[in-house]
Design a protein around this ligand. Structure first.
Ligand SMILES: Cc1cc2nc3c(=O)[nH]c(=O)nc-3n(C[C@H](O)[C@H](O)[C@H](O)COP(=O)(O)O)c2cc1C
Length: 197
Protein backbone atom coordinates (compact mmCIF):
# COMPACT_ATOMS: atom_id res chain seq x y z
CA UNK A 1 0.00 0.00 0.00
CA UNK A 2 1.23 3.50 -0.70
CA UNK A 3 2.34 5.73 2.16
CA UNK A 4 0.50 8.99 2.59
CA UNK A 5 2.67 11.98 3.52
CA UNK A 6 1.58 13.85 6.64
CA UNK A 7 -0.28 17.07 5.79
CA UNK A 8 1.30 20.05 7.54
CA UNK A 9 -0.44 23.40 7.71
CA UNK A 10 1.90 26.39 7.68
CA UNK A 11 0.75 29.86 8.70
CA UNK A 12 2.95 32.89 8.03
CA UNK A 13 2.16 35.80 10.32
CA UNK A 14 4.48 38.47 8.94
CA UNK A 15 4.38 40.71 5.88
CA UNK A 16 7.98 40.08 4.71
CA UNK A 17 8.15 36.76 2.85
CA UNK A 18 11.97 36.81 2.87
CA UNK A 19 12.23 38.24 6.36
CA UNK A 20 13.64 36.31 9.28
CA UNK A 21 10.44 34.42 10.17
CA UNK A 22 9.87 33.56 6.50
CA UNK A 23 13.39 32.11 6.28
CA UNK A 24 12.90 30.24 9.57
CA UNK A 25 9.80 28.63 8.09
CA UNK A 26 11.64 27.55 4.94
CA UNK A 27 14.48 26.01 6.96
CA UNK A 28 12.01 24.21 9.21
CA UNK A 29 9.80 22.95 6.37
CA UNK A 30 12.85 21.69 4.43
CA UNK A 31 13.40 19.13 7.20
CA UNK A 32 9.86 17.73 6.95
CA UNK A 33 8.85 14.88 4.70
CA UNK A 34 5.33 16.20 4.21
CA UNK A 35 2.72 17.78 1.99
CA UNK A 36 1.90 21.38 2.88
CA UNK A 37 -1.21 23.54 3.07
CA UNK A 38 0.29 27.05 3.13
CA UNK A 39 -1.40 30.15 4.49
CA UNK A 40 -0.17 33.73 4.70
CA UNK A 41 -2.10 35.93 7.13
CA UNK A 42 -1.33 39.15 5.22
CA UNK A 43 -2.31 37.72 1.83
CA UNK A 44 -5.46 36.07 3.15
CA UNK A 45 -6.43 39.16 5.15
CA UNK A 46 -9.18 37.28 7.00
CA UNK A 47 -11.88 39.40 8.61
CA UNK A 48 -11.57 39.99 12.36
CA UNK A 49 -14.03 38.40 14.77
CA UNK A 50 -17.00 40.72 15.40
CA UNK A 51 -18.34 38.84 18.44
CA UNK A 52 -21.65 38.36 16.58
CA UNK A 53 -22.19 35.28 18.80
CA UNK A 54 -23.66 33.14 16.01
CA UNK A 55 -21.14 30.43 17.00
CA UNK A 56 -22.91 30.18 20.38
CA UNK A 57 -26.12 29.12 18.61
CA UNK A 58 -24.75 26.70 16.02
CA UNK A 59 -21.33 25.25 15.34
CA UNK A 60 -19.12 27.18 12.92
CA UNK A 61 -18.52 30.80 11.99
CA UNK A 62 -21.07 33.19 10.46
CA UNK A 63 -18.38 34.42 8.04
CA UNK A 64 -17.25 31.99 5.31
CA UNK A 65 -13.87 33.53 4.40
CA UNK A 66 -12.01 31.06 6.63
CA UNK A 67 -13.91 27.90 5.66
CA UNK A 68 -10.94 26.41 3.80
CA UNK A 69 -8.55 27.44 6.56
CA UNK A 70 -10.69 25.82 9.26
CA UNK A 71 -11.06 22.65 7.22
CA UNK A 72 -7.27 22.31 6.87
CA UNK A 73 -6.76 23.32 10.51
CA UNK A 74 -9.04 20.51 11.72
CA UNK A 75 -7.82 17.77 9.40
CA UNK A 76 -4.06 18.43 9.14
CA UNK A 77 -1.44 16.33 10.93
CA UNK A 78 0.52 19.27 12.33
CA UNK A 79 0.72 23.07 12.27
CA UNK A 80 3.72 25.39 11.92
CA UNK A 81 3.23 29.07 12.78
CA UNK A 82 6.02 31.47 11.77
CA UNK A 83 5.71 35.12 12.71
CA UNK A 84 7.51 38.25 13.82
CA UNK A 85 6.65 39.67 17.25
CA UNK A 86 4.90 43.05 17.00
CA UNK A 87 4.34 44.88 20.27
CA UNK A 88 4.71 41.64 22.22
CA UNK A 89 2.07 39.81 20.18
CA UNK A 90 1.23 38.75 16.63
CA UNK A 91 0.93 41.26 13.75
CA UNK A 92 -2.74 42.32 13.35
CA UNK A 93 -3.74 39.96 10.46
CA UNK A 94 -2.38 37.00 12.43
CA UNK A 95 -4.11 38.16 15.61
CA UNK A 96 -7.36 38.16 13.58
CA UNK A 97 -6.76 34.47 12.80
CA UNK A 98 -6.31 33.75 16.51
CA UNK A 99 -9.48 35.65 17.45
CA UNK A 100 -11.49 33.77 14.80
CA UNK A 101 -10.76 30.57 16.78
CA UNK A 102 -13.52 31.81 19.12
CA UNK A 103 -15.90 29.48 17.24
CA UNK A 104 -14.15 26.53 18.92
CA UNK A 105 -14.40 28.13 22.35
CA UNK A 106 -18.15 28.55 21.74
CA UNK A 107 -18.46 24.98 20.49
CA UNK A 108 -16.85 23.75 23.69
CA UNK A 109 -18.44 26.00 26.30
CA UNK A 110 -21.81 27.05 24.80
CA UNK A 111 -22.64 24.01 22.68
CA UNK A 112 -20.99 21.39 24.92
CA UNK A 113 -18.88 19.80 22.22
CA UNK A 114 -15.97 17.92 23.80
CA UNK A 115 -13.58 18.23 22.13
CA UNK A 116 -14.63 20.63 19.35
CA UNK A 117 -11.91 19.09 17.13
CA UNK A 118 -11.46 15.32 17.57
CA UNK A 119 -8.00 15.10 16.04
CA UNK A 120 -4.96 16.02 18.15
CA UNK A 121 -2.29 17.99 16.25
CA UNK A 122 1.21 19.11 17.30
CA UNK A 123 2.23 22.74 16.74
CA UNK A 124 5.61 24.37 16.15
CA UNK A 125 6.03 28.09 16.81
CA UNK A 126 8.79 30.04 15.04
CA UNK A 127 9.18 33.67 16.12
CA UNK A 128 11.47 36.50 15.14
CA UNK A 129 11.98 39.55 17.34
CA UNK A 130 14.01 42.71 17.07
CA UNK A 131 14.74 42.94 20.76
CA UNK A 132 17.48 40.85 22.40
CA UNK A 133 15.24 39.96 25.34
CA UNK A 134 11.81 39.37 23.79
CA UNK A 135 10.92 35.77 24.70
CA UNK A 136 7.55 35.49 22.91
CA UNK A 137 5.91 34.73 26.26
CA UNK A 138 2.72 36.63 25.54
CA UNK A 139 2.24 34.80 22.24
CA UNK A 140 2.84 31.43 23.88
CA UNK A 141 0.24 32.31 26.52
CA UNK A 142 -2.30 33.39 23.88
CA UNK A 143 -1.80 30.18 21.97
CA UNK A 144 -2.08 28.05 25.08
CA UNK A 145 -5.65 29.32 25.61
CA UNK A 146 -6.60 28.59 22.01
CA UNK A 147 -4.94 25.19 22.06
CA UNK A 148 -6.98 23.95 25.01
CA UNK A 149 -10.16 24.17 22.89
CA UNK A 150 -8.63 23.16 19.55
CA UNK A 151 -6.86 19.95 20.62
CA UNK A 152 -3.43 21.30 19.71
CA UNK A 153 -0.18 20.80 21.57
CA UNK A 154 2.79 23.18 21.39
CA UNK A 155 5.70 20.77 20.93
CA UNK A 156 8.46 23.18 19.92
CA UNK A 157 9.17 26.81 20.03
CA UNK A 158 12.10 28.72 18.48
CA UNK A 159 12.74 32.45 18.76
CA UNK A 160 15.39 34.40 16.87
CA UNK A 161 16.24 37.72 18.54
CA UNK A 162 18.20 40.77 17.35
CA UNK A 163 16.72 40.52 13.87
CA UNK A 164 18.06 43.95 12.90
CA UNK A 165 21.40 42.17 12.79
CA UNK A 166 21.49 40.51 9.36
CA UNK A 167 23.39 37.57 10.86
CA UNK A 168 20.81 36.84 13.58
CA UNK A 169 19.47 33.71 11.94
CA UNK A 170 22.77 32.03 11.12
CA UNK A 171 23.56 30.98 14.70
CA UNK A 172 20.17 29.33 15.14
CA UNK A 173 19.88 27.30 11.93
CA UNK A 174 21.05 24.12 13.64
CA UNK A 175 18.48 24.59 16.42
CA UNK A 176 15.68 25.17 13.88
CA UNK A 177 16.55 21.98 11.98
CA UNK A 178 16.76 19.99 15.21
CA UNK A 179 13.36 21.29 16.39
CA UNK A 180 11.90 20.39 13.00
CA UNK A 181 12.97 16.80 13.52
CA UNK A 182 11.39 16.80 17.01
CA UNK A 183 8.20 18.17 15.47
CA UNK A 184 8.27 15.50 12.75
CA UNK A 185 8.54 12.80 15.42
CA UNK A 186 5.48 14.24 17.20
CA UNK A 187 3.53 14.33 13.94
CA UNK A 188 4.37 10.71 13.29
CA UNK A 189 3.62 9.54 16.83
CA UNK A 190 0.31 11.42 17.14
CA UNK A 191 -0.97 10.47 13.70
CA UNK A 192 -2.85 7.19 13.58
CA UNK A 193 -0.34 4.66 12.25
CA UNK A 194 -3.04 2.95 10.18
CA UNK A 195 -3.07 5.95 7.84
CA UNK A 196 0.51 5.20 6.82
CA UNK A 197 0.22 1.49 6.10
C1 LIG B 1 4.97 47.31 14.34
C2 LIG B 1 6.19 46.61 14.90
C3 LIG B 1 6.21 46.26 16.23
C4 LIG B 1 7.31 45.58 16.78
N1 LIG B 1 7.29 45.20 18.08
C5 LIG B 1 8.31 44.45 18.57
C6 LIG B 1 8.28 43.96 19.92
O1 LIG B 1 7.35 44.17 20.68
N2 LIG B 1 9.33 43.21 20.35
C7 LIG B 1 10.40 42.94 19.55
O2 LIG B 1 11.31 42.24 19.98
N3 LIG B 1 10.45 43.39 18.26
C8 LIG B 1 9.43 44.13 17.76
N4 LIG B 1 9.46 44.56 16.46
C9 LIG B 1 10.58 44.17 15.59
C10 LIG B 1 10.21 42.92 14.81
O3 LIG B 1 9.91 41.83 15.69
C11 LIG B 1 11.34 42.49 13.89
O4 LIG B 1 11.56 43.51 12.95
C12 LIG B 1 10.92 41.20 13.25
O5 LIG B 1 11.44 40.15 14.00
C13 LIG B 1 11.27 41.05 11.82
O6 LIG B 1 10.72 39.82 11.43
P1 LIG B 1 10.66 39.43 9.89
O7 LIG B 1 12.07 39.57 9.40
O8 LIG B 1 10.16 38.04 9.90
O9 LIG B 1 9.72 40.37 9.20
C14 LIG B 1 8.39 45.26 15.91
C15 LIG B 1 8.36 45.63 14.57
C16 LIG B 1 7.27 46.30 14.05
C17 LIG B 1 7.26 46.66 12.59
Amino acid sequence: MSRRFPMIMTVRGGPRRDGCSGRMLRLFADELDAAFAEYDAYEENFAPCTDCRACRQSEGCAMDDMDGFFSDFESCDGIVIASPVYNMTFPAPMKAVIDRMQRYYSARFFLGKRPPIPKRRPVALLLSAGSPDEDGGMIVEQLRRIFTVTNCELVCNVIVNNTDDSDALSGTEHDIRQKARIFAESVNSITDSSQYS
